[in-house]
Ligand binder design. Structure first.
Ligand SMILES: Cc1cc2nc3c(=O)[nH]c(=O)nc-3n(C[C@H](O)[C@H](O)[C@H](O)COP(=O)(O)OP(=O)(O)OC[C@H]3O[C@@H](n4cnc5c(N)ncnc54)[C@H](O)[C@@H]3O)c2cc1C
Ligand code: SF4
Length: 529
């Protein structure tokens, strides 16, 4: 044990990486404290597997540091700051090091504590961006980029992912040749919209629970009564070694076909060719830089075609960084944003998939309930799209995503839900991602055996997405018609006679009323602690 007065280092559950500046460089450089916040644990009806993931990954990280001679304390405390205060006092720490938290409200508390000396010791808050850190760009740099952007003529949104992504590519030189993007364009997205016919995804690498994880599973079952899903079948990576193996598995077995099939959905195939790396990545077990460098290496040795490699680099260096940049630029406003005025409560079937007969929805929610994961297109075009068309209260859906997904943290779920999925904050998406059943039909095999007919718009047998979609467009016409990417759709609506339009409105209204529950699934407590 280190003597009193040594500096203390707070490792947040999302900072589990020895190379981060919240971990002392050697065992004699300071004490390490990890905190299980009781307030955070009680804030939402968390997925049981998410609790196992985070608590087990923390325990593994602490155990590995201890094994290497570090002085480590894992504390349960009412909140993160209270836990830190107790540690600093008990150990007489001379100063405290921490990374900037990933949540706006928590970050504010830390910044204030650093400024007003609440902890009675100097608090050094380190940037979470830059070489080898959780994000590629420093926070200031990302903020400078956001501040430099204005809506261009005819554009409604202020920030565009494609411009941000080009900025990151130019800055890093990734997939660039002589100042130009390799292959002549920054994005190969248009090449990546295939549905596998006959090809099945590779077998997924699973991580069997060890003694620490098994102990954590028992604890979650015993101590957290308000969870969603179950701990049974937990197999997510919880250590850096696991994360490195997951990365290797992706580039050996999945990467080649990742690009072409990244938008496809197949019944009973939850993983497809996806990396599943957001889970260890958002815990700090691997870094975005490692992921991009692995993709570039795979491309260089011919194991990944340009469309797949670029698609992957765009997800990590483009979308992920962009989401984090706009989150900080828009908070706290983003949390309250509700551009389309959605007020409805989340339908019960988001928690109980067996209660819906919409096959695509039952499949996606069932996967989330069973594993804590659904891939991007399920999140955006099924779960998010339905919430958008139904008119859900954005914060209700946002809380559901945050609680239910093993990779969810506010900095990433909020911009994805409020911005991408619900168009509640329209400052950084080009249009609402609204779609009828035709999209699901094109990109999946769900409709084949669904009890609804994807080709019909009205009547009890018609796919519910269809009436909801047209009714949504009509309802928000005034606003959406200003958008050049949506305007053309109203020609179709106008061609239908008033009787058909009425049938659509009536069907949509009946669906909404039938789905709205009388009360929310669970009380959402203060989720900022
Ligand atoms: C409504 C909605 C909610 C989402 N919530 C989350 C969330 O809570 N946590 C989360 O990490 N991602 C979230 N995403 C983004 C994306 O769906 C997931 O990152 C991705 O599905 C994770 O699976 P994967 O690792 O297999 O990703 P892949 O498809 O293999 O992509 C590779 C990596 O790119 C990154 N990435 C890709 N798209 C995004 C994006 N839009 N935002 C941030 N990172 C991205 C991820 O880190 C991911 O690991 C959400 C998307 C939507 C539409
Ligand atoms: S028919 Fe409609 S509800 Fe059924 S699977 Fe297809 S899109 Fe989903």
């Amino acid at each position: 044990m280190l003597s009193r007065g040594a500096p203390a280092y707070f490792v947040g559950p999302w900072d589990l990486n020895r190379a981060y500046p919240c971990v002392p460089s050697s065992p004699d450089a300071g004490t390490v404290v990890l905190i299980e916040s009781e307030a955070k644990g009680a804030a939402l009806p968390w997925h049981a597997k998410k609790l196992v993931l985070v608590l087990s990954a923390m325990r593994h990280f602490a155990t590995e540091l201890e094994r290497d001679g570090f002085d480590v304390t894992v504390l349960r405390a009412p909140s993160y700051l209270e836990g830190i205060r107790r540690h600093v006092e008990a150990r007489g720490s001379s100063e405290l090091h921490a990374m900037r938290p990933r949540e706006h409200a928590l970050d504010l508390r830390f910044v204030r504590a650093a400024e007003d000396g609440t902890l009675d010791v100097p608090l050094h808050l380190h940037d979470d961006g830059g070489e080898g850190r959780p994000f590629l760009l420093g926070r200031e740099e990302a903020a400078r980029w956001c501040a430099s952007q204005k809506p261009r003529r005819g554009e409604l949104q202020r920030w565009r992912q494609d411009r941000f992504y080009a900025h990151v590519r130019q800055k890093t030189g990734w997939l660039m040749e002589g100042g130009k993007p390799v292959g002549g364009k920054y994005s190969f997205d248009a090449d990546n919209r295939n549905v596998p016919k006959g090809t099945r995804p590779p077998k997924r690498l699973r991580f069997s629970p060890d003694a620490i994880t098994e102990r954590t599973m028992r604890r979650v079952t015993r101590d957290f009564p308000r969870v969603w899903g179950s701990v049974e079948g937990f197999d997510w990576p919880v250590t850096r070694d696991d994360a490195r193996r997951a990365l290797e598995h992706f580039f050996t077995d999945c990467a080649k076909d990742f690009g072409p099939f990244q938008d496809a959905m197949l019944e009973d195939e939850p993983w497809m060719w996806h990396a599943l790396l957001s889970v260890p990545l958002n815990l700090g077990l691997i870094t975005p830089q490692e992921m991009v460098e692995a993709a570039l290496a795979a491309y260089d040795r011919g194991a990944m075609p340009i469309a797949s490699c670029e698609g992957f680099v765009r997800q990590v260096a483009g979308w992920r960084e962009f989401m984090r940049a706009v989150y900080w630029a828009r908070m706290p406003t983003m949390r309250e944003a509700n551009e389309l005025g959605g007020k409805r409560r989340l339908p019960t079937f988001y928690w109980e998939p067996e209660t819906t007969d919409l096959r695509c929805v039952r499949s996606a929610v069932g996967q989330v309930r069973d594993t804590g994961y659904a891939h991007h297109i399920q999140r955006l075009m099924v779960l998010g799209n339905l919430g958008l068309l139904y008119g859900v209260d954005p914060l209700e859906l946002s809380h559901w995503f945050w609680a239910g997904f093993v990779d969810a943290y506010e900095w990433v779920e909020l911009p994805n839900v409020h911005g991408m999925a619900l168009y509640a904050d329209p400052t950084f998406t080009t249009k609402p991602y609204a779609a009828s059943g035709a999209y699901v039909h094109r990109m999946s095999d769900h409709c084949r055996e669904c009890r609804y007919d994807v080709k019909q718009r009205v009547g009890d047998e018609a796919c519910p997405f269809n009436a909801l979609y047209w009714d949504f467009l009509a309802k928000h016409r005034e606003r959406l018609e200003r958008n050049p990417r949506v305007r053309a759709l109203f020609g179709t609506w106008d061609r239908w006679d008033e009787g058909h339009r009425d049938e659509i409105r009536t069907r949509a209204q009946a669906l909404r009323e039938a789905w709205e529950p009388s009360e929310s699934y669970g009380e959402f407590a203060d989720d900022d602690a």
